[in-house]
Design a protein around this ligand. Sequence first.
Ligand code: SAM
Length: 375
Amino acid sequence: MELTTYAVLVALAAVSGVINGWVIWRWLRRKHKKRKLKRLRQQQEAELVAGRRFSGDASHVSADHIQTLHAVSVERTLRPEAWEDDISENTLDAAPFENSEPICVSPIADVLKRRGAMKLTAGIGSEALAGMIANDHLPIPSGSDREGYNSASDLDYWLGGLEDYLKVMEVARQYAVEPRSVLDFGCSSGRLVRHYVAQTEIPEIWGADINARHIRWLSEFLPDRVKPIANHCLPTLPIRDNSVDIVTAFSVFTHIDTFENCWLAELARILHDDGFAYLTVHNEDTWSLLRDQIDNPANRLVQSLLRIDPEIAEKLQQPLADRRSSYRFTQVGPYRAQVFHSNNYLRNVWGRFFKVEAILPEHHVRQTVVVLRKR
Ligand SMILES: C[S@@+](CC[C@H](N)C(=O)[O-])C[C@H]1O[C@@H](n2cnc3c(N)ncnc32)[C@H](O)[C@@H]1O
């Protein structure tokens, strides 16, 4: 064989070796990736089956896979497809309500003692408090129908709601608002609404929630002047423009993952020119209060943040990011997100929908209250 032919053959063999090697390497790599993805899927499905949520960055999960997860979760928990039906607890639970006795049958001494222990309703004298207890003949929803608010103690639940009601009415006094129409957005089973009913004669009390079971509770146990609304996830309320004097939302914008601005616009639309909105958020004050709570297994906010982000303890040592941050921890199921807002964000973005009048830290447990008026 001539030298040149020999050289060409050697070169051809080398090139084909390289090509074969490259093809085999690509094949092995693809196989490895597939195996890794399969392991991840199995792990996530096992978590779902075990009732745990999957956490962390979901960006590697394909749309198909999310559908599979959803199907598994629907199968295991009879969870339907609609967004509204699983965004908070027990929404499709059709079981009859198991209420407790109204507060007016509790011995007043117990309520006063408990109020002292909790340091609640400090500005209210014992006689005035006794009058408020006597006014409230409404049943108390069971602990499982209260979205985690003092589920172990009816008294604490009632006092906590009363404290928020009194704070809202204090702002009404400051602005000389005499409400004829109020809305509690994300009202649950009436933790605040019941106090409007028992303590005032406000003729129109709207209670809106995405959770249909809560709205059923309001319809069954509260009088006609309460208008219960099971709202859609898309921001729209069947309420007239410029008609509501006080709009409240306790611990709702802390969980609204999408459509936040649309909800702000919708609430601004229905707010009366002279009225105010009283909405709670997690802001930098909440963030710094969480630093001491990182080892507290009873703190639900810290526990859910830990599930989402294993580095949260270190992040809490830094200032809160100067923006809106949504810690999203599941694709399906209740309380999908924990949302934080910096004060600058509230002023810059919420300030486009409302005039930001006050930002009041720790005004609703660890949450901050934002007081807003019409622009
Ligand atoms: C943490 S709970 C607070 C309940 C109530 N505000 C209270 O103070 O007892 C949040 C409530 O907001 C409701 N919610 C969440 N997203 C909502 C939305 N987009 N529209 C209406 N309600 C919503 C939930 O169903 C739940 O009842």
